[in-house]
Design a protein around this ligand. Structure first.
Ligand code: G3H
Length: 541
């Protein structure tokens, strides 16, 4: 698609289906702190949609869809102090609730959240340009994640509702909160990935300071009431403002116990150093990735193409799990490139609400420039764009570019492009493909495409020690959410999954007593007369 054709895809006001229009801009002025909405009257950040509007004269205009507070250090510290006060050194209402009581609050939150589905889905589309069906999936998957988290906590708590006696010591072990969690999600899954850390952090009894991403901030507005009413005051507090200003300040205080961030390893490294006592800071991080597909000579080429198209271009390649380089055996490389380009040509480009759309606007115009730079750098070093019109751009739309052959030295070979550019590298010897993964700074996942069980087995063994998930004949992905989501090297710290996240945001604590008659009587009294929430054999049904 040429630039002119791309431009023509932007809608006029009348072209936007009624049900997908934003009724009015959202000017968020509420900051949730200590259970109250504080009205903000300071500077604000304007939110411009990636979707451009075609005017009567054919020109394209930016659409301002709202704004949100641009707080500074002072406001950030106020939110932090509210979270610290709500935690009250572990004596606050929230950290001392039973798991059953916290589950009840979370259920109330979900009850209110599902009523906001339509509003939130619409905002995901308008703020980050995600297709309607993917935005709906993001919302539904998040609700399912919360429900699964509730079930998982119920089982964990019930398993710990008992005593054990070992070598004359009676013990009871439970998972307890860590303190104040600073939670920051990414723009590509603003709801899902933020909640995949925020929800487990909360349900384990931590209090939270939550900073929404720069793109994908307004979509939390419909959920603020639910946060306010479902949880005790100070348990969830929002911070707006420039990350580079407010986040280091928060960490500098030494009062953040857990940093959870989905973002870049560079930022994470910098932030961790801001904490005055590094060992006190637990970090749960989802970071950079450059997942490779290795396509072997005997691969089912049509299947490999289908999965690689999905893997590299779902949500325009803006997934941390996206396939960001395709290593294809020389003997099938020409065929693969041809078939891949054919499949790409069939992808629908358009606006998020268009039926079956795959390629949609990127969050802002500089992102298109960044994609062009990747392509130009490779071209200057001898690679070619293999698909017709690959790399054409107009405003926020970028037509995907298949770049071949990509080699060491080109930016696309090692850097994470996080967008719709598909580098393809031919290899002769499997050692070259393995060496790519071994020498990479990233270690999230890999996909291998082959039909030979011997070779798949032999490849899987070294690869599982380099990355955390080896996908056989399928694209890389995070789900199902009960599976561990982790990474080596610069790709992650900590493991997320429904149950792993509960562990990540808590620590085991125990009571222990010598198994004397006196202690047995004491513990029996405590349990029988419900004198403790921790020392208890209650069961959550
Ligand atoms: O951006 C990273 C996401 O966790 C990827 O999730 O593989 O389900 O798209 P996904």
């Amino acid at each position: 698609m040429k630039a002119e054709q791309l431009k023509a895809l932007y809608p006029t006001l009348q072209d936007i289906p009624e049900q997908h229009r934003l009724p009015e801009p959202i000017h968020e002025r509420r900051v949730l702190v200590n259970g109250e909405f504080k009205q903000w009257d300071g500077p604000c950040n304007t939110v411009v949609s990636p979707i451009r509007l075609r005017k009567d004269d054919g020109s394209l205009a930016e659409m301002e869809i709202g704004s949100y507070p641009l707080g500074g250090e002072e406001e950030a510290v106020e939110a932090l102090e509210a979270a610290v006060a709500a935690y009250r050194d572990g004596r606050g209402e929230w950290p001392t609730m039973t798991a059953g009581e916290r589950i009840a609050c979370m259920q109330e939150f979900v009850r209110q959240m599902v009523q906001k589905r339509e509003e939130v889905v619409r905002l995901i589309m308008w703020e980050i340009g995600k297709s309607l069906s993917d935005s709906q999936k993001e919302f539904d998957r998040t609700v399912e994640y919360i429900e699964a988290t509730i079930d998982a906590l119920r089982s964990v708590d019930n398993e710990h509702s008992r005593f054990t006696v070992v070598e004359g010591t009676i013990g009871q072990i439970r998972r307890t909160p860590l303190g104040v969690v600073l939670c920051m999600g990414p723009y590509n899954y603003p709801l899902n990935e933020t909640f995949a850390t925020l929800i487990p952090a909360l349900i384990m009894g931590n209090t939270v300071v939550f900073k929404p991403p720069r793109f994908g901030c307004l979509l939390f507005a419909p959920l603020l009431d639910a946060f306010k009413s479902a949880f005790p005051k100070g348990v969830v507090n929002t911070v707006y403002g420039r990350g580079a200003v407010v986040v280091p300040k928060l960490l500098n205080t030494g009062k953040i116990n857990v940093l959870t961030l989905i973002g870049s390893s560079k930022v994470a490294d910098h932030l961790k150093k801001q904490h005055p006592k590094a060992h006190r800071l637990r970090a749960i991080l989802g970071l950079d990735a450059k997942n490779a597909a290795i396509v072997m000579p005997d691969a089912d080429i049509d299947l490999a193409v289908k999965e690689c198209v999905l893997g590299s271009l779902s949500f325009n390649g803006q997934r941390c799990t996206a396939l960001k380089i395709l290593l294809v055996h020389q003997s099938i490389a020409d065929k693969f490139v041809e078939k891949f380009s054919e499949a790409l040509a069939k992808l629908k480009v358009g606006m998020p609400w268009d039926d079956k759309v795959m390629i949609t606007p990127l969050p802002d115009a500089p992102k298109v420039g960044a994609m062009t730079e990747f392509v130009e750098d490779a071209k200057a070093q001898g690679a070619k764009v293999m698909n017709p019109d690959g790399g054409e751009g107009a405003e926020t739309l970028f037509y995907p570019a298949v770049v071949y052959p990509v080699k060491e030295g080109m930016k696309l070979y090692r850097e994470e492009q996080f967008g719709p550019v598909i580098p393809i590298t031919p290899f002769d010897d499997i050692e070259t493909a393995l060496d790519y993964v071994i020498t990479s700074d990233h270690g999230q996942q890999v996909s291998i495409f082959d039909t030979d069980p011997d070779r798949i087995g032999a490849l899987a063994d070294p690869l599982v020690n380099q990355v955390c998930r080896v996908n056989i004949n399928s694209q890389c992905q995070r789900g199902p959410d009960v599976f561990p989501f982790a990474g080596r090297k610069d790709s992650a710290e900590g493991t997320l999954s429904v149950t792993d996240a509960l562990r990540s945001f808590s620590i085991r604590s125990m009571i222990a007593a010598k198994a004397t008659d006196e202690n047995r009587r004491l513990l029996d009294d405590i349990v029988t007369n419900n004198r403790s929430k921790f020392i208890s054999t209650r069961f959550i049904f």
